[in-house]
Design a protein around this ligand. Structure first.
Ligand SMILES: C[S@@+](CC[C@H](N)C(=O)[O-])C[C@H]1O[C@@H](n2cnc3c(N)ncnc32)[C@H](O)[C@@H]1O
Length: 307
């Protein structure tokens, strides 16, 4: 039961897109991050997706926290969190910069920002504020000590230009920190991965590719930072390990399938019946237990540098 190519039914547009991507990659090496239209935001903007983002943030909180600390985020820093969603990275950053620091989160989605504001209000975090807009057009009279972002460059049509713009918002000597996923690393598993996981992951990767997302952004961060004119970044990889005793990981996986269902169907990559998000977490846990398997989530790659 190792991971295998499940083929699947790609729509014509997705097939053409993937062929173009293949061609670009063979012609230009790192061209998988070539300029393209912005990705469709495949996960959507529903309340259920906002809830999933908070669950996912819990899964990745410790590795994002480590990355921000490695990058030197500390008390008193003035931070910009780009593509902040419902505010999890902003809240995490505020715990590192403390009451004398500040965090500004920016996102295009007003309802996510309303949810983020409620969350910081409940926590009494007066130094965290949110602003609506496209961060590629964001200007600020005051330079930031740090720009941070998680799962956000993957969606930009021209991520190098986006990063170069953001670098201009950071003071000399300040830090630029990103954490992005990589869907093309070989599976990490013992004794081997289970089909329930591999098949779903294959479909998720297909639909993200069809939506225009940079699915190799994680390890691509090195080239991207250099292309944006920044010093070569420090990098590390974190992998959440799913085990038969992991309650949160399978739930986040199931809720990801649920959020992606409309786009799975739109691109005809998978049907509700095939993926059955409502029973997915239980099925995955049962298969992990039956195979006594542990396996790695697609890696989170962190990169940071000083301006
Ligand atoms: C996958 S979510 C990640 C949210 C958050 N960073 C986290 O890790 O929980 C990506 C978010 O980036 C936002 N986003 C993507 N491109 C953006 C842009 N150019 N300007 C502002 N927000 C953007 C989306 O609206 C979405 O809320």
């Amino acid at each position: 039961m190792g991971c295998r190519d499940i083929g699947g039914h790609w729509p014509e547009s997705a097939t053409a897109w993937a062929e173009g991507r293949q061609r670009a990659a063979s012609e230009g090496g790192a061209m998988s991050q070539a300029i393209r239209p912005d990705a469709i935001y495949a996960l959507g903007y529903t309340d259920e997706e906002r809830q999933r983002l908070t669950e996912q943030a819990e899964l990745f909180r410790s590795c994002t926290s480590r990355l921000l600390q490695d990058a030197g985020l500390g008390p008193g820093a003035h931070v910009l969190d780009v593509g902040c969603g419902v505010g999890d990275v902003s809240i995490l950053a505020s715990s590192l910069v403390g009451p004398n620091g500040s965090v500004v989160g920016i996102d295009t989605d007003p309802r996510s920002l309303a949810f983020a504001r409620e969350r910081v209000c409940e926590r009494g975090l007066t130094s965290v504020t949110f602003t609506e807009g496209d961060f590629r057009e964001f200007v600020s009279p005051r330079l930031f000590d740090a720009v941070v972002g998680r799962f956000v460059l993957m969606y930009q049509g021209d991520p190098a230009a986006a990063l170069a713009h953001l670098a201009g918002l950071v003071r000399p000597g300040g830090v630029i920190v990103f954490q992005e996923q990589d869907f093309h690393c070989p599976p990490i598993a013992r004794p081997e991965a289970v089909d329930t996981w591999c098949e779903a992951l294959e479909r998720v990767t297909q639909v993200f590719e069809a939506s225009g997302m940079h699915t190799r952004m994680g390890l691509g961060l090195y080239d991207l930072f250099v292309e944006a004119g920044l010093p070569p970044p420090h990098m590390h990889i974190d992998v959440h390990v799913l085990t038969p005793a992991d309650a949160l990981g399978p739930k986040v996986a199931a809720h990801t399938l649920r959020s992606l269902m409309p786009i799975f169907e739109r691109f005809r990559v998978a049907t509700q019946e095939e993926l059955d998000p409502e029973t997915y977490a239980d099925r995955l846990l049962a298969d992990l237990a039956a195979s006594r398997a542990v396996l790695g989530w697609p890696p989170l790659v962190g990169a940071w540098t000083r301006r």
